[in-house]
Write a new protein. Structure first.
Length: 544
């Protein structure tokens, strides 16, 4: 760029010199002497030399500025390349199959937790209903117990030791079945607690992974913002450089056009002056001399044809003298070499600028691709954040429901509060411990309910009226002696169903079990009522 401006200034100065010489040639008959003309020419030469030095200094400063700009642009390009590699590495890590597998597994675990939450809600509602029923039935059972105590004393006095042995054997069998079933439930409960602890550990691991991924995402967003800012700055610098190049190209085309116009004008003036000189010489010389000159010219035509370059010898000589004046040491070859070297440098600068423009376009395309990928990753991250927010909201609802149920049932939380760092509130870490306490409480309530039902049935069996064997009760005694010892039916025991799955019962299963027990109670009541009616009829028919 500097060489182009230098060449244009050099050509303009040479044109000015040509104009001045042409004006001096036209004004040969003026009043100035040759010494004054030489002094003026020297003054103009000094001015031109001074302008040349100023232009050389400006060229050096501009060259230093361009080198600095190119160095800064190279540093920016290297930084963008490093950031692009880092972003590609982060994207490959986020899209790795292991991370995708972890995300799917987290989704499945959250879904399983939601299902278990619904199941626990159903269990909680069922236990509430059962507790209400149990409260009513406990009051009834307490009243019946008071009435049955007196009857039991009389019945024990009436029946002999064989019946008591049968009853003891029967109760031992039922107790054995109940203890076996209870032990199986305890082992199942221990296994489920171990699974819950492993799930809690996995949950903590997943939370740590999610926090790390969230931090990486924030860092990636920051790097994306910095890369966008740097790309915008580079794009603005590129636009400014292209504007400067276009302006310099326009200026160069204008200078070339102006130079061609001025060169043609000077050529026309030079031809006109040569013609005038020839015409004046013809007027001054005699006709004889003209004829002799014509003969000489005819003789020299062949020489002039052979020496076509001799016609422009004077113009070449004048140009050579001007070049000698422009050179400081009088070495025209050095001037030509400097000019060619500057032209080569200008061409190298121009090619380097075009390469930089191409590199900038490629980098702009890469930046657009990176921006699209970053937009996709931000969308995925927003979706993950939304899903996490929903799951945390559901988990908070589950915590509040568990807290309400814990307080409503009246569970004891001293075991949890004794741990280090516990404040009595339900958190993600101690949620499964609260679940275990609620489960234990529900199992205790179910055991109480089954025991009360058993006592109720046993009490109804013991309400047989006292019969005097001397007043017609011999038939009943004979039937009781004929009773065989049979193992107790496990259908009376709600824990004795071996086909029952070893899992927590939901609302439907609990309801079915309660209805089945009620039907069995009705059947036993009807059988006892029939036996009592038959005994009363026999009493009436017996003689007094």
């Amino acid at each position: 760029m500097d060489s182009i401006s230098f060449r244009n200034s050099f050509l303009s100065s040479s044109l000015q010199v040509k104009r001045r010489r042409a004006s001096h040639a036209r004004s040969e008959n003026s009043d100035f002497t040759e010494k004054e003309k030489e002094m003026m020419a020297e003054a103009e030469l000094r001015k031109l030399q001074q302008q040349f030095r100023i232009m050389v200094e400006s060229r050096k400063s501009l060259g230093f500025k361009t080198q600095q700009q190119l160095f800064h642009q190279e540093r920016h390009i290297q930084a963008l390349k490093q950031e692009y590699d880092e972003i590609n590495l982060l994207l490959t890590l986020t899209k790795s199959p292991r991370n995708l597998y972890i995300d799917d597994r987290n989704f499945m675990e959250l879904r399983f937790l939601l299902q278990t939450r619904d199941e626990y809600d159903a269990l909680i509602r069922a236990t509430k209903n059962l507790i209400a029923e149990l409260d009513d039935k406990v009051e009834e059972v307490e009243k019946k117990i008071k009435t049955q105590k007196n009857l039991m004393v009389k019945l024990r006095q009436e029946y002999d030791g064989k019946w008591l042995q049968k009853q003891i054997h029967k109760l031992d069998n039922q107790l054995n079945h109940a203890t076996v079933h209870f032990d199986t439930i305890l082992t199942r409960n221990a296994m489920l607690r171990e699974e819950i602890e492993t799930l809690q550990c996995q949950k903590t691991i997943f939370e740590g992974i999610y926090s790390r991924l969230h931090k990486k995402l924030e860092q990636q967003k920051r790097t994306m913002n910095t890369s966008i800012e740097q790309s915008t700055q580079a794009y603005e610098q590129r636009v400014e450089a292209l504007a400067r190049i276009s302006a310099m190209n326009e200026r160069r085309s204008k200078d070339i056009a102006q130079f061609n116009i001025e060169f043609r004008e000077l050529e026309r003036i030079y031809n006109h002056e040569t013609k005038l000189k020839a015409f004046m010489l013809i007027k001054l010389v005699d006709r004889s001399e003209i004829e002799e000159q014509a003969k000489k010219e005819e003789a020299l035509k062949a020489r002039k044809r052979a020496k076509s370059k001799g016609e422009s010898f004077e113009s070449y000589e004048v140009a050579y003298m001007r070049l000698l004046k422009l050179t400081e040491n009088g070495n025209v070859g050095q001037l030509v070499e400097d000019f060619l070297e500057k032209e080569e440098k200008n061409f190298a600068y121009f090619s380097y600028v075009t390469e930089l423009n191409n590199d900038m376009e490629r980098l702009q395309k890469r930046i657009e691709v990176i921006q699209e990928k970053l937009q996709k990753t931000t969308e995925n991250a927003n979706l993950y954040a939304y899903s996490l927010k929903e799951s945390s909201k559901i988990l908070d609802q589950l915590k509040s429901a568990v807290d309400f149920l814990f307080k409503k049932i009246g569970c004891n939380a001293t075991k949890i509060t004794q741990h280090l760092g516990e404040t009595g509130e339900i958190t993600d870490q101690n949620l499964m411990q609260y679940f275990s306490i609620v489960e234990k409480k529900s199992n205790d309530l179910l055991l109480i309910e089954s025991f009360l039902r058993y006592k109720q049935v046993e009490g109804e069996l013991d309400t047989v009226p006292l019969l005097n064997p001397f007043l017609g009760g011999s038939a009943l005694l004979k039937k009781m002696d004929a009773i065989k010892v049979t193992p107790p039916s496990l259908s009376m025991d709600p824990f004795a169903d071996t086909s029952e799955p070893m899992e927590p019962l939901d609302h439907k299963n609990l309801r079915a079990m309660v209805l089945e027990n009620q039907e069995k109670e009705k059947a036993t009541r009807n059988s006892i009522a029939e036996r009592l009616e038959s005994g009363r009829e026999k009493k009436k028919l017996s003689p007094v």
